[in-house]
Design a protein around this ligand. Structure first.
Ligand code: MG
Length: 253
């Protein structure tokens, strides 16, 4: 099932994709359709999330750890290294994202994103995926220069519209056996199977829930593969996780 979030007549709501070009709104996030069906062209498609928080894994693919020069000696990280992005970062597919005036090193990081469907507190890894509503494409925009020099990553990671997300949420897929790809101006820059994650999605959900209650609509970013790099004004970025059904596309302006 493919879900999406959209605004119609000023009201943001969740819905299901019907066929390829229609949507039907849901009464509640986990509820049944209200019965109406609209052409997708008649609604504004929003990021498929309604988060109180966005929790991100910073280093989850060993090849990306190497390219960033992070050294763990002979060992990989023993626990997920986390940071937060704030809800102001959300942007929809198709958005134009302004290159920040205060950075000279804006990087793309294509990722698999997880949206939570039920309140999750202290859940076991074996049950963690049952708390997930679905999966979507994410672009974790990062001011790499400020990530290196600021005390914390608030500006580097949480500037306005630094998280394009969507457009669709796939509710039935195995997050451990898909592929994340990122293109810049139609050139493939990142490609990795999610089986390469150091911490699989089930472990990340369980780990975060061990100290922080995850609420419906919250987002987890699962880390980026190797191949990150700088963007310039005018670049078109596309992220597509296999199985989601539609790519995330934005332009840097
Ligand atoms: Mg990232």
């Amino acid at each position: 099932m493919k879900m999406l979030r959209f605004r119609r007549n000023g009201e943001a709501q969740w819905g299901w994709l019907v066929g390829e070009a229609h949507v039907t709104p849901l009464r509640q996030l986990d509820g049944q359709p209200a019965g109406e069906v609209f052409p997708i062209g008649d609604v504004e498609v929003l990021p498929p999330a309604d988060p109180s928080k966005i929790v991100c894994v910073g280093r989850n693919y060993s090849e990306h750890i190497k390219e960033m020069g992070n050294s763990f000696g002979e060992d990989l990280p023993k626990e997920p290294g986390l940071f937060l992005k704030a809800p102001n970062t959300l942007a929809a597919s198709g958005a134009q994202i302004a290159y920040p005036s205060w950075s000279s090193e804006l990087h793309y990081e294509g990722e698999l994103a997880v949206v939570i469907g039920q309140t999750a507190s202290k859940v076991a890894q074996e049950e963690a995926l049952s708390y997930v509503l679905g999966y979507t494409n994410a672009l974790d925009l990062t001011a790499r220069d400020k990530q290196k020099t600021d005390l914390q990553w608030i500006r580097a990671k949480s500037a306005d519209r630094f998280l394009p997300l969507g457009p669709l949420l796939e509710t039935e897929m195995d997050p451990a056996s898909t592929v994340v790809r990122t293109w810049v101006n139609d050139e493939l820059r990142q490609e990795a199977g999610t089986e390469q994650m150091i911490f699989p999605v089930s472990q990340v959900v369980s780990y975060v829930s061990s100290f922080m209650t995850l609420e419906p609509g919250d987002v987890l970013l699962t880390g980026t593969p190797s191949g990150v790099g700088p963007l310039s004004r005018g670049d078109r970025v596309r992220v597509e996780v296999e199985g989601i059904g539609a790519p995330l596309e934005v332009t840097i302006v």
